[in-house]
Design a binder for this molecule. Sequence first.
Ligand code: SAM
Length: 274
Amino acid sequence: MELWFSEYQSKNVKFSLRIKNMLYSIKTPYQSLSVFENEDMGMVMTLDDVVQLTTKDEFIYHEMISHVPLFTHKSPKKVLVIGGGDGGTVREILKHPVKEVHLVEIDEQVVEASKKFFPTLSSGFSDPRTKIFFEDGIEFVKMNAGYDVIIIDSTDPLGPAVGLFSKDFYENVFNALNEDGIMVAQTESPFFYGEFLKRVSSDISSLFKYTSIYTAVIPTYPGAYWTFTLGSKTIEPASIDFEAIPGIDTKYYSREIHKGCFALPPFVKKAISN
Ligand code: SAM
């Protein structure tokens, strides 16, 4: 008998992956966590029946959420990741000459599952520059500061992640950043969450001098087309010297992608306009 995993990408759209091997399924204090194998997409991690990553396409999300803000900043030394317990974002950040990476993940079981089943993602956890805090990111940013870049690599705005999309939280993120600091958040699908994107980008732009939305194609996320919203205190990300971006080992991100990812299709511009 065939076993399938299905996710509601919206109330009326379902996305399915055939389960070749179910490897892990637990209830953590925060969410249900599963790991299975799919013949085409590789290893898959889900939280509360929502795909977090597949080993086939995770590089797109993790490269884009990391390298766009880090290369915009130019010399980030101290970086904070909120969420991101799978380790993919930390792995990408460590390709830069940063001094410290702090990862604040609410659910220790996500980190443990990644160490066990996703060695290519969790490789950065043992790097001496990485420090992991098992805490709520909402509280953490109220008590800590001095970051050059803060990356909000969260689950969807449900359960413990709801507060990671609030204006109060963005204000605390602003205060936790240095004078030339940059934040970026994953901000969902413009197909299904246009109204949400409008609210979040308006909250971020009420705090930061520059707010830019950029996009990437991520096959296993709703709509297969994803947005990230970047807030910057002093540097306009679309006006940096793209030629100065050094080549690094990536599969999706490149100088040309950095230049082009801020170009929004008219339907996205319309969704966020007043
Ligand atoms: N790339 C993913 C996506 O968009 O589907 C996100 C991946 S990462 C696994 C998201 C992490 O955020 C989860 O491990 C979850 O436990 C964590 N998280 C949710 N709310 C949090 C909070 N308030 N503080 C810290 N981490 C949180």
